[in-house]
Design a protein around this ligand. Structure first.
Ligand SMILES: [Fe+2]
Ligand SMILES: [Fe+2]
Length: 218
């Protein structure tokens, strides 16, 4: 476990360090585990819907269609996985069927606003702006998702769970490399911008993850 020095010189856990322990606590409780899987389903669904809503135009490419389709499939995968854990689980996306549903939605919306604000003044042309907003928002979220999915998959493996994320992780890796190629093609400051946005996302994520951590103790 990695400790970082806090401002007072005392060691503090970063939200990344708490990921495995929070996930272990969730997985240990069947009801909470099903709600967690449904929350991942919601986040994948929001991603898929957002791609289709914002990237449907004359230039819609095979890459866009593949990403939207795969995110929709991931949403279904997690929804079905919730039923594998808890056969009676048959819910939509009501807050009562999610782990801190409002916090999950706020995390996504805040990130979207952050990216749009950053890009708006630099890319005034609407098409490029919208496309880059998709590339950056998705890349930052997927980089976070990879940290969580890898930690989660390790826990599933150790607990001999029937659920594994192997294929899903491979597909997300594919998305990341395709989007990164596009970002660097269109934005001369892609490296710096991505680093800045990731640092800002870490703050938004810390708030979100704190709430998931509180839930896991229930
Ligand atoms: Fe996905
Ligand atoms: Fe993806």
């Amino acid at each position: 476990m990695v400790f970082q020095l806090g401002c007072m010189g005392t060691p503090t856990l970063t939200s990344n360090d708490s990921i495995p322990q929070v996930l272990k606590a969730i997985v240990a409780n069947q009801t909470n585990h099903a709600l967690w899987l449904n929350t991942l389903s919601l986040l994948e669904h929001i991603g898929s819907r957002k791609i289709l809503l914002t990237q449907s135009n004359e230039e819609t490419s095979e890459m866009i269609l593949r990403h939207a389709t795969e995110e929709a499939r991931h949403a279904l995968f997690f929804k079905k996985a919730a039923r594998t854990i808890q056969p009676e689980f048959r819910s939509g996306y009501q807050n009562s069927s999610l782990v801190r549903g409002t916090a999950a939605r706020i995390y996504f919306a805040k990130l979207d606003t952050l990216v749009r604000k950053n890009l708006r003044s630099v890319f005034p042309e609407e098409k490029t702006f919208t496309y880059l907003a998709y590339l950056y928002t998705t890349t930052v979220i997927e980089k976070r998702a990879m940290v969580i999915y890898n930690a989660y998959d390790e826990i599933l493996d150790k607990s001999d769970s029937p659920i594994r994320l192997t294929n899903l992780i491979l597909e997300e890796e594919g998305h990341l490399s395709e989007m990164s190629a596009e970002m660097f093609r269109l934005d001369p400051n892609a490296n710096e911008r991505l680093a800045h946005l990731e640092a800002e996302e870490a703050k938004i994520f810390a708030r979100f993850w704190r709430q998931i951590g509180e839930f896991s103790l229930n």
